[in-house]
Ligand binder design. Structure first.
Ligand code: UD1
Ligand code: CA
Length: 533
């Protein structure tokens, strides 16, 4: 059965929410990746009302700005100083066209689990019974604090009585008012105009419209909702956590119904806005936030937090924190990776262990496997970035970009000092500091000469474990009949090594560093720069 499009949904959010004990307005608190009021607005949008309006008062400008950001078409109405849910709706109606007819739905901005489906069911029930007002009710074991549904001898809804106004007998009623209703617009406006504030709280009660509808022969009905979570409001931070957990349980179940494999629903947190493809495995301790979309057949987690990420089919993302980034199909990320905004990893690429990236376009099949920082870089396809490399993008004032071509084999411990362009097919030696552009197909290396200062430790660090170990090793060497002088001279720098490194005499001279400066960590050439070749 279909239903007629409601003329308006009015979401009440003017209350102060003192029990939250928070500097943040109650309805702006978040669960499942959205504010409470955003959940309420999204549920209302789902029934496509002609007018969608939120009534505000407390922290008005902040709440209004937030609503505008969530749903720019949502109307804002201001409640005046007269208190009560009835007054809130009256103020809402005053800001809508005066000749409003049809059905007006009222919901609360602090009831986040209510679904569009339930509102549709309410509208269908309301239309089918043709009454002046239909109220969503639930039967609960502890009705304390709620308005009670008073039914007449025939079982028809006669009126709603608030806890503070209820008799002993009425307080025993366990059917309670959820605060969600469908009203005939004309009846609602007329009834509210005639209501006073003569009650225990001195407020204009929306609940009193029910008795008015009955008195005018328009009739009132209840739509009893079994799923009480959907009508539960958030009044304090304990309820915020409780409803947040329940919303998450529902979202995780929905993801599994759509085909995701969730290993541990209890430690998996998924925002309502996330989508996950079939047969993707979500491992324990994974949080998926915001506009994150995960493809099919992926492995995500464990211990992974992704916010506003796009992950392609068949990708693996393990022990990773990432935001506003793209991981291509078949790509692999982590363990222990940090993807900052603007990272785009191509198909079958790899961002490995202890790697941080930012504004980095890493092409298909390219790899940054270990211990590196890649910031403000474009890396082509099929390129390998050696371990412990840094894209040196910051000169202390500005950020600079580095481009690395396709199919490069870049050595470990390489510094890419931007701005820099490295052509296709380049190789680089380990420990290079690349300051100058490198043409396609070249080898680039920084050959800071390695020097050996024999006996330095025993001379300069006497009485240390290192010195004692060195002395012991020398004593063993001397006493060993097997050690030839050739072995000693081959200690790390053979003449073959030197000639293969093609070290010029200038380089050798510049390496003439005293033991003192080695100890102080300085090791520079004549021009203060190790030569890049
Ligand atoms: C109200 C109902 C009660 C129902 C309960 C369900 C009335 C008189 N009572 O209780 O029958 O069982 O909700 O939770 O309606 N609000 C405004 N302006 C106001 C007062 C409230 O916008 O002046 C908003 C609040 O922000 C909140 C909602 O209305 O979103 C409910 O207010 P709250 O004070 O929590 O409800 P009660 O009056 O206790
Ligand atoms: Ca309440």
């Amino acid at each position: 059965m279909t239903y007629t499009r409601p003329t308006a949904v009015i979401v009440l959010a003017a209350g102060e929410g003192t029990r939250m004990k928070s500097a943040t307005p109650k309805v702006l608190h978040m669960i499942g990746g959205r504010s409470l009021v955003h959940h309420a607005i999204a549920a209302a949008r789902g029934v496509d009302p002609l007018h969608l309006q939120v009534v505000v008062r407390h922290d008005r400008d902040r709440v209004a700005a937030h609503i505008e950001a969530c749903d720019p078409d949502c109307l804002i109405a201001d409640q005046d100083e007269i208190k009560g849910t009835g007054r809130a709706v009256e103020c809402g109606l005053a800001a809508l066209p005066a000749d409003l007819t049809g059905t007006v739905v009222v919901t609360y901005g602090d009831v986040p689990l209510l679904t569009s489906d339930t509102l549709r069911d309410l509208l269908r029930a309301h239309e089918a019974s043709a009454v002046g007002v239909t109220v969503v009710t639930s039967r609960i074991t502890d009705p304390t604090g709620y308005g009670r549904i008073v039914r007449d001898a025939d079982g028809a809804v006669a009126r709603i009585v608030e806890q503070k106004d209820a008799s002993e007998a009425e307080r025993a009623i366990t059917e309670v008012n959820s605060g969600i209703y469908a009203f005939d617009a004309v009846l609602l406006r007329e009834a509210l105009a005639g209501l006073g504030t003569d009650n225990a709280q001195g407020e204009k009660y929306l609940t009193d419209v029910v008795a008015v509808a009955q008195a005018r022969g328009r009739g009132a009905a209840a739509y009893v909702l079994a799923d009480v979570w959907q009508t539960e409001g958030v009044n304090d931070k304990i309820q915020l956590a409780k409803l947040g957990a329940e919303l998450n349980r529902r979202t995780v179940e929905a993801a599994m119904r759509e085909g995701a494999i969730v290993r541990d629903p209890a430690t998996t947190w998924i925002d309502t806005t996330v989508s996950i493809g079939r047969d993707t495995v979500i491992h324990p301790n994974t949080q998926l936030h915001g506009a994150t979309t995960i493809g099919a057949d992926c492995e995500i987690g464990p211990d992974t937090t992704l916010t506003d990420m796009e992950v392609g089919d068949g990708a693996t993302v393990c022990r990773t924190q990432g935001s506003l980034s793209v991981v291509g199909p078949g790509a692999s990320v982590g363990p222990w990776a940090y993807l900052r905004p603007g990272t785009e990893l191509g198909a079958d690429g790899k961002i490995g262990t202890f790697v941080e990236t930012k504004n980095a376009n890493i092409g298909a099949g390219s790899k940054v496997p270990h211990l590196s920082y890649v910031g403000d870089a474009t890396i082509g396809t099929g390129t390998n970035i050696g371990a412990a490399s840094v894209f040196v993008n910051y000169d202390g004032v500005s950020k600079h970009r580095t481009t690395v071509g396709d199919h490069c084999r870049m050595g470990s411990d390489t510094m890419y000092v931007g701005p820099l362009t490295i052509g296709d097919g380049v190789y680089s030696g380990a420990g290079s500091v690349i300051r100058h552009d490198v043409p396609a197909g070249a080898l680039t290396l920084t050959d800071a000469p390695q020097r050996i200062v024999e006996g330095w430790v025993e001379a300069n660090r006497p009485d240390t474990d290192s010195a004692r170990a060195a002395a012991a090793a020398r004593a063993a060497d001397v006493s060993s009949a097997d050690v030839s002088s050739a072995d000693v001279s081959s200690a790390d720098v053979s003449s073959a090594d030197v000639s293969s490194a093609d070290v010029s005499s200038a380089d050798v001279n510049s390496a003439d560093v005293s033991g003192a400066s080695v100890a102080s960590g300085r090791h520079t050439g004549d021009n203060g720069e190790e030569p890049q070749r």
